[in-house]
Ligand binder design. Sequence first.
Ligand SMILES: Cc1ncc(C[n+]2csc(CCOP(=O)(O)OP(=O)(O)O)c2C)c(N)n1
Ligand SMILES: [Mg+2]
Length: 558
Amino acid sequence: MKVTEAIAKALTHLGADTMFGVVGSGNFHLTNALIAHGVKYVAARHECGAASMADAWSRLAGRPALLTLHQGPGLTNALTGITEAAKSRTPLLVMAADVSARAVTSNFRIDVSAIASATGATAARLHSAGFALDDAVRAYRTARDERRTVVLGLPLDVQAGECTWPGSPDLQRAEPAPPSQQQVADLAAVLAKASRPVFVAGRGARNAAARAALEHLADSCGALLATSAAAKGLFRGSPWDLDVSGGFASPLAAELIANADVLVAWGSSLNMWTTRHGTLIGRGTTVAQVDNDASAIGRHRQVHLPVVGDVALTASAVAGLLEPAPGDAGERDAAGLRGIGYRSTELRNGLAARIRWRDVPYEDESDGNRIDPRTLTIELDDLLPAERVVAIDSGNFMGYPSMFMSVPDQDGFCFTQAYQSIGLGLASAIGSAIARPDRLVVAALGDGGALMGISELETAVRLGLPMVIVIYDDEAYGAEVHHFGPDGYPLETVRFPPADLAAIARGFGCDAVTVRTADDLGPVRDWLDSRPARPIVIDAKVTSDHASWWLEEAFRGH
Ligand SMILES: Cc1ncc(C[n+]2csc(CCOP(=O)(O)OP(=O)(O)O)c2C)c(N)n1
Ligand SMILES: [Mg+2]
């Protein structure tokens, strides 16, 4: 059997069914072999776009997409997207064609392993035709079971070789790691005594099983529920949901988190973004951290109680030790609350009224020619169906969709910020739309990031994706303007003349509208009613007199 054929057969047996890429001579045959085995292939226009699509798809599907790349520049073009995926622990298999070992003078020759490792991805390689299948299966398993971005180098001579089919690979996955009984008991003891416990769930808790186990445990000890930005939406619908902890936290959420006496991080590293540079962790707060990766514990914050174990398993085990004593149920108040921990009827009412950013009063700075980005985002939040995925690029604007747009659950938010690159948002929105065709995908971009990744507009149009692409257009690299402007530095390098982004979008085949006031959003309503088969781009000319408050806070981390 041809090596490419054997790899395609094995990967599809393991469950690979979606692939993104740009095809050149080095990945032509393998890509076609995978398509022949039933894999859906999405052709991107730039390898970085393909990588971000694959990253987003894998996050929302919870299993590895395949990314297929030509040798040399195919891989280097994809590197920013691959780095984002690697830093986010996205399960992703990058199939990177490479020159043959003997082709020492080829133009396409680069050190694939060194490049892969340098980004934080796991480097793998097909070593010979005889072992190619083992190498490919091991790479897929590492991506799937260890949530790693794996770059599999595919030398052309090995790809062209022959091998024997050894039979289908085993589908079994490694069991999640249970925590030690001692650590479970210690955490239960701390929570049993806590009067103001708060849970912060992160990327490692972004699944339905973890949500159920954490909510159950939180009910037993009266904890309030927050997430890192990467897990936004996880507790949506719970009356005790504080939404995001960190720079995006609403004033009430920040106050409640800072006043916790026990804070438990679940699959969250408590980095500077999640803790607002540590200010959300009170001086006397006991901090526990639960993570299946021991090396993640204490990486950013001092932790009093480390627990190494799977989030859902640990939460269930701790809840088992905290079950209410018989007769305890009689203490419920009129609202059915046991009044334990942080919870009370008064707080519940306070959360319902004030936990959302859009319920915090602000002065609308719209002036008729430019719209206040807060007002724009609240209008869109009302206008767009609640069953949505919000995918966000990087820049000053990014706080507005993150804070003013609600999402239905943890799969309603695609936040590619582990590498803080601009330009990935449109492609990650396309990957989201392919993963979740049942939801409206909203890409939220700055004008800088939009123009950097704009080649993928053609992909969105070609695929007939009914997405909303909203561009917060301040005609600048606003983050830099607000970073350096206050100190009087020249800003010519980060400001641009107005661009008619709606006209550019129409050129790609999108619907488009320019928005200066809320009334200009009428065409978006019509588009929603029209069962659209193409994207709509909203070029929103936004006010930009000052930095967003979250950015001002974030600059302290630079
Ligand atoms: C690939 C990359 N290049 C440069 C930067 C530095 N950078 C951070 S935010 C930003 C400006 C982004 O502009 P835009 O997308 O318009 O968003 P805005 O800040 O104006 O809201 C730049 C250049 C980066 N993060 N990533
Ligand atoms: Mg801008």
